[in-house]
Every structure is written in structure tokens, then in C-alpha cells.
Design a protein around this ligand. Structure first.
Ligand code: ADP
Length: 358
């Protein structure tokens, strides 16, 4: 087990793409951290820099206080699990799992012992003589993890390991990975663009955008106090509703659609300042009045089992808005409905910088 520290890490690819811009963060011994963000934000690059598969342009990477910038990947004691599993097709499950140990000249008896032990943990004992092509997707993924675990690495890196699996298996493997990581207590970094995976797996999330960190925090912190419009709209499904507005008088904000919100908390904002208000779909109520209400032209209704969602636009027909309602809500199409919400569940952002204000 190990801690990991990144100090002002930068990566510019040949050709000039600035994939990582001065990233700083520390990961504690045994912690499970998820790097999450849209495609192209630099997640895989970050993992590859930590693994040593790419050279960093600037900055320092420490594993257990040891600078590893110039260490070869094989000497960093890191195991990586990829989305395409990267198993050797001509080798059995046992040989795949034993491969890294053989290369390290570990004795045959010891290899047998280690592989069998890990196979037991991952329920692979009956499959050890099979080749990868005779395994299901989930089993292949488990072999890839087994191969990483037998090496007893200091750090695990997961690069979107579940993206090739179907939805049901993805949920199952997600739970397995979480339990396994808790049991083994190995410091882990997990890359995904899937915010549900990020929310459920990570003890802490690192939200990335355009090679920079937007926010670091526990899943609940990030959900309840998104630091920017970007984070607010990335985490949460359906995403947070965002309605634009402008300060019209001292402490008075007028939203698109005409709703004027008066609040002392707006006191310090200049007249004409552009403000965006965020409200999560579950914080909108229809049947009982709250502090604020906004008229919404509704145009769609979707039942998703336990919950249903109403889709609409604020009266100006520009800002989209979604409300979560009970599954048996009686929806009449194309109606104008009052959506209510209160101050405690309202987020406030600067429309120009995108940053959280309150
Ligand atoms: P993510 O994993 O978040 O999808 P990547 O780390 O793969 O993002 O990519 C970050 C940026 O770096 C992208 O703009 C991508 O096109 C660029 N990039 C990735 N690999 C290379 C490479 N080998 N050479 C040049 N540019 C690259």
C-alpha cells in the first residue's frame, strides 16, 4: 500500500496538444480515487503518466515520497487494468495471471500459491485452464483484475475497465470492484467518463475538464456543492437545471421566464450581473408552494419505474428544465405548470466565469 502525490504535473504531446495543465493532488494510502470528466479531458493521459507509459513534460510524481519521474513502468510497482482486458489469447487463465510473476523469477510453488489464492478470491478457480475466448466478458475482466492483484502492487490503475460490458454486468462488476478494493485496501485510481460509476465507486472524485482539475471532493460534496456550472451539469442524472438571470435591483434577481427572486444573499452582487441559478430535478415540487415558482411549458413526460420526469422549457422557451415527480403523477401533455423550489436547494453561479457564488 502506498500514497501518491502529483505536483504541478504537465503534459504536452508532440505536436503541441496540452493534455494536462499543472495538476496537483495527493492520494492517501489505501484510498480509492476516481478521475472523471468528459472524453478528451486528459484522464487516460494522467493514468499513463502515473504508470510511466508516457513521459511527463513538467512536474513531479511521487509514490510513497519517492520521486518516480525517471523510473521505468516495470519498476514503479503499479498494476493497470484496461478496458480491453489485454489478456494473452494463447495463454490459459492461469498462465495469464502467472505471467508477470514468472517474469520476476518468482519460484514455481510460490506462483501456484499466489495465483490459486487470488483465483479463489475472484471466483476463478474453476476456470484456470480455460483460454480467454472461452470466458464471458465479466470473467475476462475478472482475470485482468486477478493478473493485477497477484503482483501485489503498490497502486492499482483502472482505465475505464467496465466500458465493454453490458449494462447489467457493469453494475455487478462495479460492486465487485468496490468490495475487492475495500478488502485489499490497495491505493487505487479509477478513470471513467460515467458519472454513476464515479459517484458509486470513489471515496473521492477528481473532476477534470480540458486538462485541469475542476473540483476534488467526496461524491456527496461534489453533488451538493458543485464548484462550477460545469460540475453541476456533469454530476447528476438527469442533470441539474440551470436557469439564467440578471440582477435588476439590489438583492433582486430576475430569471428568464420572469421570476424575481429577492434574497439578502444577493446583496453584494452588482446590478446587471449575470447569474445562473441551479436546481436539481428532485428539488422541484409541483403540488405544494415553495419560496420560488417558475412557469414552465411542459412538452414531455417519461416514466422510469420508481420515478417519472417532466421535461419543459421556462416560458422564454430557452432554458430547459426537468422535474422529478412520483411515478404515478397524472401528466396532461403540453400544459404550463408552476415548478416550485426553495432557497435551501438552490445553487448560484456567475454566468460569465461559471464559478459558484454562494
Ligand atoms: P480522456 O482519457 O479524458 O478521453 P485523453 O487523455 O485520451 O483524454 O486525451 C487528452 C487530450 O490529449 C485529447 O485532446 C487527445 O486528443 C490528446 N492526446 C491523447 N493522446 C495523444 C497522443 N499520443 N498524441 C497527441 N495527442 C494526444
Amino acid at each position: 500500500m502506498s500514497s501518491l502525490s502529483l505536483k504541478k504535473v504537465e503534459k504536452i504531446y508532440p505536436g503541441g496538444v496540452k493534455a494536462i495543465q499543472s495538476m496537483n493532488f495527493d492520494i492517501k494510502d489505501g484510498e480509492f480515487v476516481v478521475l472523471v470528466g468528459p472524453s478528451g479531458c486528459g484522464k487516460s493521459t494522467m493514468l499513463r503518466l502515473i504508470a510511466g507509459l508516457e513521459e511527463i513534460t513538467k512536474g513531479e510524481i511521487y509514490i510513497d515520497d519517492e520521486l518516480v519521474n525517471d523510473k521505468e513502468p516495470a519498476d514503479r510497482d503499479i498494476a493497470m487494468v484496461f478496458q480491453n482486458y489485454a489478456l494473452y489469447p494463447h495463454m490459459t487463465v492461469f498462465e495469464n495471471m502467472a505471467y508477470g510473476l514468472k517474469n520476476r523469477k518468482i519460484k514455481k510453488e510460490k506462483i501456484n500459491e499466489l495465483v490459486n489464492e487470488v483465483a479463489k478470491t475472484l471466483e476463478l478457480s474453476d476456470l484456470l485452464l480455460r483460454k480467454p475466448k472461452a470466458l464471458s466478458g465479466g470473467q475476462r475482466q475478472r482475470v485482468a483484475m486477478g493478473r493485477a492483484i497477484v503482483r501485489e502492487p503498490k497502486v492499482f490503475l483502472f482505465d475505464e475497465p467496465l466500458s465493454n460490458l453490458d449494462a447489467k454486468l457493469r453494475v455487478q462488476m462495479r460492486l465487485e470492484i468496490k468490495q475487492l478494493q475495500e478488502r485489499l485496501g490497495v491505493t487505487s485510481i479509477y478513470v471513467t467518463h460515467d458519472q454513476i460509476e464515479a459517484m458509486t465507486l470513489g471515496q473521492r472524485l477528481v473532476l477534470m475538464e480540458k486538462g485541469r482539475i475542476e473540483q476534488i471532493g467526496t461524491p456527496i460534496e461534489v453533488y451538493e456543492y458543485p464548484s462550477s456550472i460545469f460540475v453541476a451539469s456533469f454530476i447528476g442524472s438527469p442533470p441539474m437545471n440551470l436557469v439564467k438571470g440578471k440582477m435588476i435591483r439590489k438583492s433582486e434577481l430576475e430569471l428568464n421566464g420572469g421570476l424575481v427572486i429577492k434574497s439578502e444573499s444577493f446583496e453584494d452582487f452588482d446590478i446587471d450581473k449575470q447569474i445562473t441559478i441551479g436546481v436539481r430535478p428532485e428539488h422541484i415540487v409541483l403540488n405544494k408552494k415553495a419560496e420560488c415558482s417558475i412557469k414552465v411549458n411542459t412538452h414531455n413526460f417519461e416514466r422510469q419505474g420508481a420515478d417519472s420526469f417532466i421535461y419543459g422549457t421556462v416560458l422564454n422557451r430557452e432554458d430547459k428544465i426537468i422535474a422529478r415527480v412520483p411515478h404515478d403523477y397524472d401528466y396532461k401533455n403540453h400544459k404550463t405548470i408552476d415548478f416550485h423550489f426553495d432557497y435551501t436547494n438552490m445553487h448560484c453561479f456567475d454566468s460569465n466565469t461559471g464559478l459558484r457564488l454562494l
